[in-house]
Ligand binder design. Structure first.
Ligand code: AMP
Ligand code: MG
Length: 353
C-alpha cells in the first residue's frame, strides 16, 4: 500500500471512530423537551430534562392547562373568581373569596405589610386608571393628576381590608385587587409542584424571563441569563441548581413615553405614579411567588430603601440597575453573578443585613 493509500485508510478509520464516539455520546445524552405557550400576557416556556419524552410532553401540556385556568381565575376584570371579588368590593359589599384566593390574599397581605405598602395588590383601580390593565393596548398619556389623587383618596391598602381570621374582604368601593405582581410567580410555583408530582426532577418553568429551576442540567447547573434593561443582549448570567427562583421587575416591560418621560406599569401606591430611580431589580429567592412580589416591592422602594425592604423580606441576593446603568448589588449576589457586558459596569456593593 502506498503512503497516500495508508493515510486514506487512517483518515477513514479515524472518521468511523469519531462517528461511533459521537453516536455513543448521542445515545447517552438524556432527552430535553421545551414546550412554549402564552398565558398571563407572557410567553411561558417549560424545559424538562432527563425524563421520558412522552411523559415530559404530557406534564408540560398540563402546566399549560394550569396556567390558563389560573389566568382566568386571577384576572381582575374578566369574570373569574378575582373579578367577582372586585365587583363585590365596587358595590361596597363584603366579599368572601374561595379557599384558593383567600390563601393568596393572606400571603399577599403579609408581604404588603412587610414592605410598608410598597407592594400592594390593592392598586387595582390605579392600574386601571393608568390603563396598564389592558394586555392588548398601552395608554398614550398619563391620567390627570386630580384623577390620580381621587383614586388614592378613595382606595385602601390590602392589609386594611383583608380580615384573614374571617377570610373576608371588607367592602371598599374605591378599591380593587390586582395580583399582577404576584400571580405569575404563584403560577410558576404551582407548575413546579405539578411537575414534581409527575416525577420530574430537573426542570425550569420560565414565564417571560421570571423562573423557578429545580434539579440540574445533567452534570452542570442551569445557567440563567439576565437581560440588559435598556438595550438588547445579556447583562449577566447566574447558575442555579437545587431549587431556586430568579425574578426580575423592570420599567421596560410595559411602558409608554409621553413628552419625553417614560411611564411604566409598576406604580408607587403612595404617589399614584410609576416608580423612578430603579430601572430593573433581579433577585434570587426560594418561592417564585414571594420572589415576584419582592421584585416589585424593591422597584417601589427605590435606591435609598431597597436594602431595608429586602432585609424585611429575608431576601439576600439582589441586583439593581439604575437610570445611568450603574449596578448595585448585595455581596451575596456578587458571589453568584457573572457580568457579561463588554465594558465592566460600575458596580456598588450594598449590604442588606
Ligand atoms: P411585576 O411585573 O411583577 O413587577 O408586576 C407588575 C404588575 O403588578 C403591574 O402590571 C400591576 O398589575 C401590578 N402592580 C403595579 N404596581 C404595583 C404595586 N406597587 N404593588 C403590587 N402590584 C403592583
Ligand atoms: Mg412582581
Amino acid at each position: 500500500m502506498t503512503a497516500t493509500g495508508l493515510s486514506q485508510v487512517t483518515i477513514r478509520l479515524t472518521a468511523i471512530a469519531l462517528a461511533a464516539f459521537i453516536c455513543l455520546s448521542c445515545a447517552r445524552e438524556p432527552p430535553e423537551i421545551r414546550y412554549r405557550f402564552t398565558a398571563m400576557g407572557t410567553l411561558v416556556e417549560v424545559t424538562i430534562y432527563d425524563f421520558p419524552t412522552a411523559a415530559a410532553e404530557k406534564a408540560a401540556r398540563d402546566v399549560e392547562t394550569l396556567f390558563l385556568k389560573l389566568q382566568d381565575a386571577w384576572d381582575p376584570w374578566a369574570d373569574g373568581a378575582l373579578a367577582k371579588l372586585n365587583s363585590a368590593l365596587a358595590a361596597g359589599d363584603e366579599a368572601r373569596p374561595d379557599e384558593d384566593l383567600a390563601d393568596l390574599l393572606s400571603r399577599a397581605s403579609q408581604i404588603s405589610a412587610a414592605t410598608g405598602g410598597a407592594f400592594d395588590p390593592a392598586v387595582g383601580q390605579l392600574v386601571k386608571l393608568w390603563g396598564f390593565h389592558d394586555a392588548e393596548a398601552l395608554p398614550d398619556a398619563p391620567p390627570p393628576a386630580t384623577r390620580i389623587q381621587q383614586v388614592l383618596d378613595a382606595g385602601k391598602p390590602l392589609p386594611q381590608i383583608w380580615d384573614g381570621e374571617r377570610g373576608i374582604l371588607a367592602g371598599a368601593s374605591g378599591t380593587a385587587i390586582d395580583l399582577g405582581a404576584f400571580a405569575k410567580g404563584e403560577a410558576v410555583d404551582r407548575a413546579i409542584m405539578l411537575l414534581r408530582s409527575a416525577g420530574v426532577r430537573d426542570a425550569i418553568v420560565n414565564a417571560g424571563g421570571d423562573l423557578r429551576a429545580i434539579g440540574r442540567h445533567g452534570a452542570r447547573p442551569w445557567k440563567i441569563g439576565i437581560r440588559e434593561p435598556r438595550k438588547t443582549g445579556i447583562l449577566a448570567s447566574i447558575e442555579v441548581s437545587g431549587d431556586e427562583s430568579v425574578f426580575t421587575s423592570g420599567d421596560y416591560e410595559r411602558y409608554f413615553e409621553y413628552k419625553g418621560t417614560r411611564y411604566h406599569h409598576i406604580l408607587d401606591p403612595r404617589t399614584g405614579y410609576p416608580t423612578r430611580e430603579i430601572v430593573s431589580v433581579t433577585i434570587i429567592g426560594s418561592s417564585a411567588a414571594e420572589s415576584d412580589a419582592a421584585c416589585t416591592a424593591l422597584m417601589v422602594a427605590g435606591l435609598g430603601h431597597w436594602p431595608a425592604v429586602a432585609r424585611a423580606l429575608g431576601i439576600r441576593e439582589v441586583m439593581v440597575v439604575d437610570q445611568d446603568g450603574i449596578i448595585q448589588m448585595s455581596p451575596q449576589m456578587r458571589d453568584r453573578v457573572t457580568m457579561l457586558r463588554e465594558e465592566a459596569p460600575a458596580v456598588e456593593i450594598r449590604d442588606i443585613s
